[in-house]
Write a protein that binds this ligand. Structure first.
Ligand SMILES: C[S@@+](CC[C@H](N)C(=O)[O-])C[C@H]1O[C@@H](n2cnc3c(N)ncnc32)[C@H](O)[C@@H]1O
Length: 228
């Protein structure tokens, strides 16, 4: 495997959009060390609280590993990748070609900060949205746009799953506080978001309610929002 972060698209700060040193194999699939640690627990939270059939639109798919891993365990699920980063999209395409089924689709280009998402049928046909580890490694507008977009795309009862670190009503775990400071040093517009003070008010405004909250290892949360 080779380490090749230098190719990633850069944020406004000049930092690569991919935070970690992802590893690449000869067939183009990339691997993220953190997904190596969390992919089973994220899959299990997804299977417990999200639809197991129909089509899921993933926002900010990164390497593409979550979609490959979750669809392997859910044979009636179709998964559409999206990202803004061409190098990540190439990895998603490689995962699509490597898995032994045809239920991985995309990658689409969806920038959540844009008010109008591309008019793809894949977007309109999605019964659920999934987004891991994006809203703290992007400007606040990216999370704002994600939640507003979920409010537009989802039908009543449709769910959005967020996975990552959060603060809770002004309280933050020491490890997440250190991580947030590190993120802000890289780019002042990045940082761990407060679920209660920042994210849930956006959800309410978009017609989404908090349906499930799952405590995950290493002070992460899976947050399941549902369209009213
Ligand atoms: C830290 S990576 C997370 C990737 C993957 N979801 C995971 O869990 O490893 C953040 C991802 O967010 C994407 N991203 C950043 N800003 C975005 C935006 N405004 N809209 C959509 N994707 C964005 C980046 O290209 C990158 O793939």
């Amino acid at each position: 495997m080779t380490d090749e972060n230098k190719h990633y698209q850069k944020a406004a700060s000049g930092q690569p959009l991919a935070l970690e040193k992802r590893m690449a194999t000869g067939d183009g699939r990339r691997y993220s060390p953190s997904i190596g640690r969390n992919r089973d627990v994220v899959r299990d939270a997804f299977l417990a609280h999200m639809p197991r059939r129909g089509q899921v639109l993933e926002i900010a798919s990164g390497t593409g590993e979550h979609g490959a891993h979750i669809t392997e365990a859910a044979p009636d699920l179709t998964w559409v990748y999206s990202d803004i980063d061409p190098v990540s999209q190439a990895s998603q395409q490689a995962w699509r070609e490597a898995v032994g089924h045809d239920r991985l689709r995309g990658p689409l280009t969806i920038d959540t900060t844009t008010e109008v998402w591309p008019d793809h049928t894949e977007v309109a046909q999605s019964v659920a949205l999934f987004c891991a580890n994006m809203i703290h490694i992007a400007p606040f507008e990216a999370g704002q746009g994600l939640i507003a977009g979920a409010g537009r795309v989802l039908a009543s009862g449709g769910r959005l799953m967020l996975y990552g670190p959060f603060a809770r009503a002004g309280e933050i775990a020491p490890s997440n506080a250190r991580f947030s400071e590190d993120l802000k040093r890289r780019d002042p517009s990045w940082g761990v978001r407060d679920l209660d003070l920042e994210i849930l008010p956006l959800a309410t405004a978009a017609g989404l309610r908090l349906a499930e909250l799952v405590e995950m290892p290493a002070n992460n949360l899976s947050v399941i929002l549902e369209k009213e």
